[in-house]
Design a protein around this ligand. Structure first.
Ligand code: NOJ
Length: 531
């Protein structure tokens, strides 16, 4: 494979820097802390880490409200620490991508402070101002539980400003060429420092137009193509990962003709994995994968089970959303906006077999998988914490005070109860061959050894049983037959005649002759390589 296409078959790992590892005892995780944990990440088999925002910020949205695009918040360290982390990561064969937040800044960013100081400020036009709050009425509010409108009144200058997220995050005006230029400069700065690419935040919302829902507009794509062309020309091999929480057909244009994003998160498959696990049927997964358009050769999907936000239910129908809430958010406080603010292990009742099966699905679907920090050990969440903070608690390294995360007072309460660090931590799992960590590690290792996983194709087989997802992955001359039993009962499938042959069972390490029937134990899975 072209080395510049490394992302097509990479395993990603998402880190909340604040929550991962505190190296200096101030209670906040930091860049040096991540550097200390690179051996761990290498052991797990991670190829690339995504570090969440490290920019100076008033932290009204955990750093997605940026007050300065050109430095590192003191709590996380310094630019030198970042350089050190990048260098050390590369020595571990691990790449690093970071958040690039294009759509908005913090209201404390000097551009916005100037913009709101005076209607004649040269920065006025860096943001979106209006005399009325009636413009762009077809635009949904995303943070439904906290924001009544996308417009906020500014008393001093007597106009409204536009924001798709919290009112403390005014949207930049991408119709202004200066803003477009500023953000290319920001990208250049971090790329020059050695970062391997960006997870580009909230990209559907860059441009607003009357009479539209202000999402995915052609002018937005035009700017993103400029950003890509700039990277392609100056920094080949560095990537852009698209955060567009949209239907597959609406994400497809973000890949362009292979000239926009290298990667895009596949949002809609995620809730359907949880639906499938609860219903014991795979049909919702199959439908959405069939609805997923093919993408250019130099592009890849990024698949995930959880991330730092609520488990979003934006990409399901209203009926499905109600059903998901009923199944997975039995307590009202588990709901947030259009989603569920719980972590992976508690969502699956800390049921080992279900947790493994979900990972088997993640690691065998087309796309490069990303693991959210802590989910590889099945750590818990803390529902007492505000908004999404409950799924961003300190990493559970060991059972010493503060979970081995910090020698000081942690910035956040930790997880309590069954999934707390006393019960779930890295130290107790890393050497136990039967641990959940080691199951995940094994899947990652196997995935990386087999080229069949790096293609984008997937062929669903009808094996006569709605509870067992059976599909073929084929790439570079290798054919893999995957079976995932979603049911809590043993299930038998019939393998079509064309697929009946000898396979290597990757987990058993033995050849098996697959004839007509196979029976799978509850929630079990098989990864078979055709001989
Ligand atoms: C998406 C990020 O994932 C989320 O955490 C953030 O609040 C919004 N974008 C706004 O930046």
């Amino acid at each position: 494979m072209n080395n510049n296409h490394w992302y097509k078959n990479a395993v990603f790992y998402q880190i909340s820097v604040r929550a991962y590892k505190d190296s200096n005892g101030d209670g906040h995780g930091d860049l040096r802390g991540i550097t200390e944990k690179l051996d761990y990440l290498q052991t797990l088999g991670v190829d690339c880490i995504w570090i969440m925002p490290i920019y100076p910020s008033p932290l009204k949205d955990d750093g997605y409200d940026i007050a300065d695009y050109y430095s590192v918040d003191k709590a996380f360290g310094s630019l030198d620490d970042l350089k050190g982390l990048i260098r050390a990561a590369h020595e571990h064969d691990i790449r690093i991508v970071m958040d690039l937040v294009l759509n908005h800044t913090s209201d404390e960013h000097p551009w916005f402070v100037a913009s709101r100081s005076d209607r004649n400020s040269p920065y006025r036009d860096y943001y979106v101002w209006s005399d009325t709050n009636q413009k762009y009425k077809d635009t949904r509010v995303i943070f439904l539980d906290t924001e009544p409108s996308n417009w906020t009144w500014d008393e001093k200058t007597g106009q409204y400003y536009w924001h798709r997220f919290y009112a403390s995050q005014p949207d930049l005006n991408f119709d202004n060429p200066k803003v477009q230029e500023e953000m290319l400069n920001v990208a250049r700065f971090w790329l020059d420092l050695g970062i391997d690419g960006f997870r580009a935040d909230a990209v559907p919302y860059l441009i607003e137009r009357e009479g539209t829902n202000c999402e995915n507009l052609p002018e937005t794509h035009a700017y993103l193509k400029k950003l890509r062309a700039f990277m392609e020309e100056n920094y080949p091999g560095r990537i852009l990962l698209c955060e567009a929480n949209q239907w597959p057909e609406d994400v497809r244009p973000y890949f362009g003709d292979g000239d926009e994003f290298h990667m895009g998160f596949h949002f809609p498959i995620m809730p359907r994995i949880y639906m499938a696990l609860k219903k014991g049927r795979y049909e919702d997964m199959e439908k959405i994968m069939r609805r997923t358009p093919s993408i250019p050769e130099n592009c890849q999907w990024c698949t995930f089970l959880r991330n730092h936000d609520e488990l979003t239910l934006e990409m399901v129908t209203e009926e499905e959303r109600q059903w998901m809430w009923k199944q997975y958010a039995p307590e009202p406080r588990m709901k947030l906006n259009l989603g569920i603010r719980r972590r992976f292990a508690p969502l699956l009742d800390n049921n080992r077999r279900k947790m493994e099966l979900a990972n088997s699905i993640l690691f065998t679907l087309p796309g490069s998988p990303i693991v959210y920090y802590g989910d590889e050990i099945g750590m818990g969440d803390n529902l007492d914490l505000f908004d999404r903070n409950g799924v961003r608690t300190p990493m559970q390294w060991d059972d010493s005070p503060n979970a081995g995360f910090s020698k000081g007072k942690p910035f956040s309460e930790l997880v309590k109860g069954e999934l707390s660090y006393q019960n779930v931590n890295v130290a107790s799992q890393i050497n136990g061959p039967g641990s959940f960590f080691n199951s995940v590690k094994r899947m990652i290792a196997l995935r990386k050894q087999h080229p069949a996983f790096s293609g984008s194709n997937m062929e669903w087989l009808d094996a006569g049983n709605p509870a067992v997802a059976v599909y073929i992955r084929e790439h570079e001359g290798e054919t893999m037959l995957i079976l995932n039993n979603l049911s809590d009962a043993a299930e038998t499938v019939h393998i079509p005649a064309e697929q009946q042959t000898t396979y290597l069972d990757l987990f058993a390490g033995q050849n098996v002759a697959i004839n007509d029937k196979i029976t799978l134990q509850p929630y079990s899975y098989l990864w078979l390589v055709k001989k």
